[in-house]
Design a protein around this ligand. Sequence first.
Ligand code: SF4
Length: 477
Amino acid sequence: MSAAIEQNREERMDSEAPRMNGMAFAASGKKDTWTMEKYFAREGVDPLSRAFDGKIAVHPGVGGGMVPPEEMEACLETLLDRPRQGDSVAYIHVPFCETHCLYCGFYNRGYSREESARYTDALIDELRLWEKKAAQEQGPVHAVYFGGGTPTALEAEDLERLLKAVRAHLPLANDCEITVEGRLHNFGPAKMEACFAGGANRFSLGVQSFNTKIRQTMGRLASREEVFRRLELLKSYNQAAVIVDLIFGFPMQSMDVWLDDIAAACSAELDGMDCYQLNVYGQTPLGKAIKEGKLPPSADIPMQSAMFAAGVEALQKAFYRRLSLTHWARTSRERNLYNLKVKGSANCLAFGPGAGGNLAGWFYLNQSNYQKWQEEVRAGRKPMMMLMRPDPRFYFYRAVAAALEQGWMDMASLERCHGVEIRSALRPLLEQWSRAGLVELRGDVVVLTLAGQFWQVNLSQLMQDFLKHTLDSETNR
Ligand code: SF4
């Protein structure tokens, strides 16, 4: 997995993610009585480093409740008979990794060569299950993302088969972005050419750091020199956008090392890069190693916020275009479509064990047990484990989340598009966030400051929770 965690992973990780919430109400354990203040940030402090105690773990947003298992099938049939409307993406999950990177909470299965063909066969079978259903066959799919895990771990012939099957079984838009996520270790010319033959036009590669010592301590195998060689090779085909993920906040990663990571990525003249903050989860090998004193601690919040700010400055100086708060483009080849659309309200057709999809706001989760997933597919059934109905304001909340992900939100436009009055409801909250240095109000447009950008996950979640409470109270009045 590259660090492009994005929606699919947030949904899968949600149950185990620590709820690190800086607000007193969450930590107190007392009965939650509603007060406006619990949505507020700290005032009178440096907002970049101290607006909150920590980042709120993202969750899938405001849901409308679980469909009881006995009703799932009938519910699904109705959904599948409807053609998809609006934007759509597809997510193809490949759960294998050749090593377990220490920081990763998504490691699922070790890779074996024999499993590659078997798994690819099963995925192709799953792609066929809904082939004749309106929800799969009608309406263009604008972006496909092969994520994991490590899709580039698959054998070359399986990568090509899988990509071709996706093109055969999903109605891809003419300008569909087809991303293969992976790592550069064990990704040589045969696999690269297989991906091109299958139609891949974007690679998202988890470099994380160019520093060999940090890379190898974290379980990434290739050295800095090897990473550069592979990137050069991939670029030399001149057929796809090449993007790398970088992470800031690793143990031993000083500010100088971080700035060198960005400079190294810039020097490789790629199409874009994504910069993510390291989240250390207690159950990961990294969390345990730090706790046991085997590794120095990762960066604390003030250091992470300084690294975030330094990254923004460096990329702006290098004239990268900002596609979202974490995604940067150098060339016009990089569009970052999947990530932008999946954060909004796009439908998502999902395949593979544990993959999460969404049809018109109805969120579903595939069976995450690898064996059970295979058995279900073999029996000709979509291996679905959970179905959740959407909140009546699903599209509105997703529009709020997508806007803040870009760093600004036009309240008048949201009101027009979704018929929801928010300007007066949000005023006290936005005034407080403005005093705290997190947002600027430019007429009806809310713009996140640099500090607000660093705390965007908190602002987005708090705003959605606040709006949900306020709008639901108005409805029930
Ligand atoms: S390659 Fe490493 S970071 Fe990616 S999913 Fe596997 S263990 Fe996690």
